[in-house]
Design a binder for this molecule. Sequence first.
Ligand code: COD
Ligand code: ZN
Ligand code: ZN
Length: 375
Amino acid sequence: MSTTGKVIKCKAAVLWELKKPFTIEEVEVAPPKAHEVRIKVVASGICRSDDHAVSGSLAVPLPVVLGHEAAGIVESVGEGVTTVKPGDKVIPLFVPQCEKCTVCKHPEGNLCLKNDLLKCQGTMQDGSCRLTYKGKTVYSFLGISTFSQYTVVDENAVAKIDAAAPLEKVCLIGCGFSTGYGSAVKTAKVKPGSTCAVFGLGGVGLSVIMGCKVAGAARIIGIDINKDKFAKAKEAGATECISPQDFQKPIEEVLKEMSGGGVDFSFEVIGRLDTMMAALMCCQESFGVSVIVGVPPGSETLPVSPILLLTGRTWKGAVFGGFKSKDSVPKLVTDFMAKKFSLDPLITHILPFEKINEGFELLRSGKSIRTILTF
Ligand code: COD
Ligand code: ZN
Ligand code: ZN
């Protein structure tokens, strides 16, 4: 029996209170309105930003259904939807691409003004919500709420992908992989033969390394205080790995010596102010490019000597790797299918959706890189 046009009752992981476990509830998912799409979620990764919402360091209205790194199948579409149809494999986009705003119209801009990342209002683009629990509003997360068997998204927040793509892997293209990989290939525009330094060898850092490798970097130096991370980093493409704790002098001095004056590209993929400074200082003063990928929790700021930039360094940052989401996600899936990169090094755990709390514990204890929840 077709569900088109009807409310769907299904399971979702609801966060009722900060710092508490999720509870699996039966929620109602309204049919998509005009220019919206209802998706059957097949797989969703657990990303650190979901945990930032649980802890309160990313403020979201409650109750909420989190999740923003997923892949699924279109169940039905609202009036006027032209870019996807029922049955299509898709990836929901936590940064939409409306094509109409000043950012979307700029060739290099990607943080579409329709995003809910900066305000976290917890609604669809029209200001209302599609998920309810016993008739009461359950807020959306970044417009896509993927810790639910079904979800509704705006049409500009969903991309059609290759029908042969394995959804339990390519879901990572919805956030973590693209954030790191794009930082190298799109934001920094790493050049063949260059030397790169990657601070932080978690899942996003590994994805930065893969991007540096695909871009043809000659040397990729991984930096982490946890040496257990080195083996995977080398598997992903790092040519050397070092721990700051093995040196007496500051890590930026070590990196300058290793690279004969400074690296060409550096990436901060930890979310700490001290490593952001180290990453900026270790790059070559005349032409080095340093990219901030991590976000420090809270609203901390840095005092920076302008001389560091005046002498020629470039300091950049971007959300979602600087990729225009709806344009880039299908291409990234195509590149994955063509074996340009692998997502396997990122996937350490696969759990049924009901074990979501276990997945978050794995993230908090540092035991997982990425846990994929399957629905
Ligand atoms: N020096 C060196 N390494 C360190 C240090 C240090 N002082 N402290 C921690 N580390 C290492 C850890 O051992 C760990 O291996 C690594 O740094 C961090 O890895 P993870 O696994 O904690 O993190 P990732 O890779 O999953 O994600 C890191 C981000 C910083 C990218 C992430 O937390 C973040 O801030 N994301 C927000 C960016 C964004 O675009 N958000 C939008 C939607 S998600
Ligand atoms: Zn994320
Ligand atoms: Zn836009």
